[in-house]
Ligand binder design. Structure first.
Ligand code: AMP
Length: 300
């Protein structure tokens, strides 16, 4: 049984329940499960925008009940990263989630997720080594533990993640397969502003000037994708893309890499008929680190 038209409207008129403990979450989910509802989970760190809401909308289409979690996970932030200033707006988030037909918000505290004595880690091999993993040591181990916990706490049939975090999505698919977690993982395409910048909670940090300059990221990647699919040499194209980012106002460029879309192995060529590839980049503008990625499919 799946969501029917009118469900979202019904939710607009109801207040959206928020639970903060595993036992409350499990009680809600158990009730739905005994009524044979298909349950989706959308994990987020809050500061929600249309990209997050697209995940909830996709979840509504694929399941009967949608749980969104809001948890700013300290374990995925490095010591010099933006944990303390990460944007938080729970009331605004809940209103947005209600407007797209979410059924339940799970907003645990840090103590619920990592109580005193917590001593388990989930270590991500290989897939977490390159790209963001190379410049954010421990980040994906933090993602691994929080996603494992959220999935075992909520026990959804389906969990949705954005393609915006391509490496994260690949890692979560691996993690779910490796740990035999009984959940389907779906990726949702990147939602962009009208001018092409991928939506991100961190865009809130950008000054108006940097917001404008940030467009160099999708533009440089878009040009590089066109060049590579037209047969241009990969290495030289990546050099050009980096130069375009620098010229556009980006400071440190963490990476601009062509990788196999599933294994994330770096590619220095794109053979006709080769498996799908992804062009991924991370770079810093002002004090804000932005990531983006594009599909690269060479015509056969
Ligand atoms: P975050 O709150 O940044 O941890 O993101 C929560 C989920 O939303 C992740 O699965 C992200 O990949 C996804 N997400 C964030 N931004 C976008 C976007 N612009 N388009 C699609 N999904 C997104």
């Amino acid at each position: 049984m799946c969501a029917k038209a009118g469900v979202a409207e019904k939710h607009l008129s109801q207040s959206l329940p928020i639970v903060r403990s595993v036992s409350e979450l499990r009680a809600r989910v158990a009730g739905w499960r005994s009524a044979h509802r298909r349950i989706a989970l959308v994990p987020t760190m809050g500061a929600l925008h249309a990209g997050h809401l697209a995940l909830v909308t996709a979840a509504r289409e694929r399941a009967d009940r949608v749980v969104a979690s809001i948890f700013v996970n300290p374990r995925q932030f490095g010591p010099a990263e933006d944990l303390d200033r990460y944007p938080r707006d729970e009331a605004g988030d809940v209103a947005k989630l209600a407007s797209v037909g979410c059924d339940l918000v799970y907003a645990p505290t840090v103590e619920v997720m990592y109580p005193p004595g917590f001593g388990t880690r989930v270590l991500i091999d290989r897939l977490g080594d390159g790209l963001c993993g190379a410049v954010r040591p421990g980040h994906f181990d933090g993602v691994g533990i929080v996603v494992t916990k959220l999935l075992t706490q909520a026990q959804p049939d389906l969990a949705l993640f954005g393609e915006k975090d391509w490496q994260q999505l690949a890692i979560i698919r691996r993690l779910v397969a490796d740990l035999d977690l009984p959940v389907e993982v779906d990726g949702v395409p990147i939602v962009r502003d009208a001018d092409g910048l991928a939506l991100s909670s961190r865009n809130l940090y950008l000054s108006p000037e940097d917001r404008q300059r940030a467009l160099a990221l999708p533009q440089a990647l878009g040009r590089a994708v066109a060049a590579i699919t037209a047969g241009a040499p990969v290495a030289a194209t990546l050099v050009d893309a980096r130069a375009a980012l620098s010229a556009g106002g980006f400071g440190k460029i963490d990476y601009v890499e062509l990788v196999d879309a599933a294994s994330l192995e770096p590619l220095d060529r794109l053979d006709p008929g080769a498996p799908p590839a992804r062009l991924c980049a991370a770079a810093i503008i002002g004090a804000t680190r932005l990531i983006d990625n594009f599909a690269v499919v060479r015509p056969a």
